[in-house]
Design a protein around this ligand. Structure first.
Ligand code: ADP
Ligand code: ZN
Length: 627
């Protein structure tokens, strides 16, 4: 997928400008940015001076530059270890767009391509080499590294080294070899998600005990978090997309392969460019859909978690979950794929009681009791997030030990504080109904009994004679569902895999049943109100704020045209952020264009004429008197 390699060996130090340090010069000339982000500058300086670093920075925070800039400033070859081919190709493609001599070694390349790469390395032409851990650890690769001068090692997605992380990769564990074999080469390990346990594991396993840690807030301020009760998943999703992301690229996550196929085809029927992706599809199909995800604009991929790591597309405007993920970490990782470019994006999820039940069953089926315990508490934390009436961002960040004291103003609960109600009586009815039916029934049956419905099945069991029969007739079935869902989420009720979805009482239900405790529950927003209240006011997300819609469409078309000619994804020509700046600056000279953030020397040379030409014409059209 990488177009013909452009292997410019860039001389990083431009002697014209003595006021800039070499790192800032690389930032400006190669990447076209004026300033480092907070932390980036410190990490880069630390690494350039030859020290080791562990960098925890959220997705979109700008981790890549943390090692790419030092790689260009330091002498020798920089090795970047990456777990996925797609990720490597994306990064190498991007670097080449910036005129940097980057290469990769992996099984997706032909033996001939890999041989060419090796000889470029031998000749000292390559500045950055992306490689998978398996290949790096092969004797022949290590022997090659012994012969060349090394600038640094960067270990990307380093949480893969930890069993506690969510993407464990055993090969990562062997990377400790690098510390022993190349003690004088600085190493930097980077990740976007690692709780305390995972961080400790990373340090131990990669021999980074003495590395300095650079911790940036995990917050993703541009992502708006929204979680709603699921009524009719597909319809809720379709409405969300139509109202708010009609022309945007995004990812929809579902739990099962079957559901992925189903949702993808239903979205396609509704006119969306939607593609399924899961591990059960043939390799070629997966590859094709991945490529289309990177190239089409807009495109929606409906996927299981098999679609994930390595999705580096920066302009993913939404991530939707139709089912509950496994844990807050997984949720954060998955939603984190939205808005890598820093522009407004949505993390939208619907969930229901069945999710809690299914997950509990999956956990119970595991064999290791300790693991079950860990997973159960992770599930509880996630359910707590779903049912919370407080700021979602607070809850997410506090899970990663970050404390905030004011609401974020960019989540559903902050924007439209949910109503709560004193549900003590309803909860007692529900719990006592579970008790009187001997903890043998699922939620639908229990609701029938409470509402005095249910026909033969209820009568045959004699449950029409129970004191709880019909006592909850004035509460609708949907409202009851919300009550049961929250009672499960709050730990008053549980389900066990051996009992087929039957709800059972937990010890903590006792005080509530006996009337010694009161309980407040959240009122579900009905789908029609949630749309109006939490959305973007019905505005289609076609163009960024303040940018003329037709200008935006034309710029996108021009970008796509250039991308198609070069056979690269559109975002590799310019990111949405850069395109937005171009739309605002409307440069009609190359020098003007160079001052736009994201336009470096190589991109100016390649695309400058096209965009400047476009704006010259655009201005002429604007000035023409309409007749
Ligand atoms: P991460 O790997 O942490 O998810 P990336 O390295 O992909 O993030 O960077 C995210 C986006 O931010 C990219 O589009 C990148 O070009 C941009 N970016 C990074 N550093 C800067 C900077 N100093 N100034 C402007 N944009 C930046
Ligand atoms: Zn909030």
């Amino acid at each position: 997928m990488i177009s013909s390699p452009l292997l410019i060996q860039r001389c990083p130090v431009n002697t014209e400008d003595a006021t800039l340090n070499p790192a800032s010069q690389v930032l400006r000339d190669v990447f076209g940015f004026d300033q480092f982000r907070p932390q980036q500058a410190d990490v880069i300086e630390h690494l350039i001076s030859g020290e080791d670093a562990l960098v925890l920075m959220p997705t979109g925070g700008g981790k890549s530059l943390c090692y790419q800039v030092p790689a260009l400033v330091r002498d020798g070859l920089a090795i970047v270890i990456s777990p996925l081919i797609a990720l490597m190709q994306d990064q190498v493609g991007n670097l080449r767009q910036h005129g940097v001599a980057a290469d990769c070694l992996n099984s997706a390349q032909t033996p001939e391509q890999n041989r060419d790469t090796l000889s470029r390395i031998e000749r000292g032409e390559t500045k950055l080499l992306y490689v998978a851990p398996e290949r790096l650890l092969m004797g022949s690769t290590l022997a090659l590294l012994d012969r060349v001068h090394l600038a640094l090692f960067a270990i990307d997605e380093c949480h893969c080294v930890s069993q506690w992380g969510h993407d464990f990769r055993p090969e990562y564990a062997q990377l400790s070899v690098l510390a022993q074999r190349y003690p004088n080469t600085p190493r930097i390990a980077l990740t976007a998600t690692a709780d305390q346990t995972t961080q400790r594991d990373i340090r131990n396993r990669l021999c980074l005990e003495n590395a300095r840690t650079f911790l940036t807030s995990f917050d993703r301020p541009n992502i708006r978090y929204r979680i709603e009760a699921r009524y009719k998943g597909v319809e809720q999703l379709a409405r969300f997309l139509k109202d708010e992301h009609a022309e945007d690229t995004g990812i929809v996550y579902c739990l099962s392969r079957k559901k992925v196929e189903d949702i993808a085809s239903k979205l396609a029927d509704r006119g969306f460019n939607a593609l399924p992706y899961h591990a059960g599809l043939a390799r070629e199909i997966r590859q094709r859909h991945l490529e289309r995800f990177l190239r089409d604009d807009p495109v929606i991929v409906v996927a299981t978690i098999a679609f994930g790591m390595g999705i580096d597309r920066p302009d993913v405007r939404f991530v939707a979950h139709l089912d509950l993920p496994r844990s807050i970490e997984a949720y954060y990782q998955e939603t984190g794929r939205a808005g890598r470019d820093g522009l407004p994006s949505t993390a939208w999820m619907v969930y229901g009681l069945q999710d809690a039940i299914t997950h509990r069953q999956m956990i119970d089926e595991g064999s290791d009791l300790g693991q079950q315990q860990v997973e159960r508490s992770k599930l509880e934390a996630l359910l707590g997030l779903c049912e919370s009436t407080a700021c979602r961002r607070h809850m997410l960040l506090s899970y990663f030990d970050e404390v905030r004291d004011t609401g974020c103003g960019n989540c559903d609960n902050c924007l439209n504080p949910p109503e709560t109600w004193d549900a003590t009586d309803a909860a007692r009815m529900a719990l006592s109904c579970v008790y009187r039916t001997e903890q043998r029934y699922g939620v639908n049956y229990l609701i029938d009994v409470l509402r005095g419905e249910g026909g033969d099945r209820v009568r045959r069991a004699g449950h029409d004679r129970l004191s709880t029969f019909g006592i909850g007739a004035d509460i609708t079935a949907n409202e009851w569902r919300a009550v049961f869902r929250q009672l499960v989420a709050l730990g008053f009720l549980r389900s066990e895999s051996s009992r087929m979805g039957a709800l059972m009482l937990n010890e903590s239900a006792r005080p509530l049943l006996r009337g010694e405790q009161r309980v407040q529950l959240r009122k579900d927003a009905t789908p029609s109100t949630s749309k109006r209240r939490a959305g973007r006011g019905g505005k289609r997300a076609a163009a960024p704020a303040d940018i003329d819609e037709s200008l935006w469409a034309r710029l996108r078309a021009l970008r796509m045209e250039l991308a198609t000619v070069e056979d690269v994804p559109a975002y590799m020509v310019f990111s949405d952020a850069t395109l937005t700046e171009l739309a605002a600056a409307q440069p009609t000279h190359l020098a003007e264009m160079l001052s736009v953030s994201g336009v470096g020397d190589a991109k100016l040379e390649r695309y400058g004429d096209a965009f400047v030409g476009f704006f010259v014409e655009y201005h002429r059209d604007q000035e023409m008197p309409a007749d």
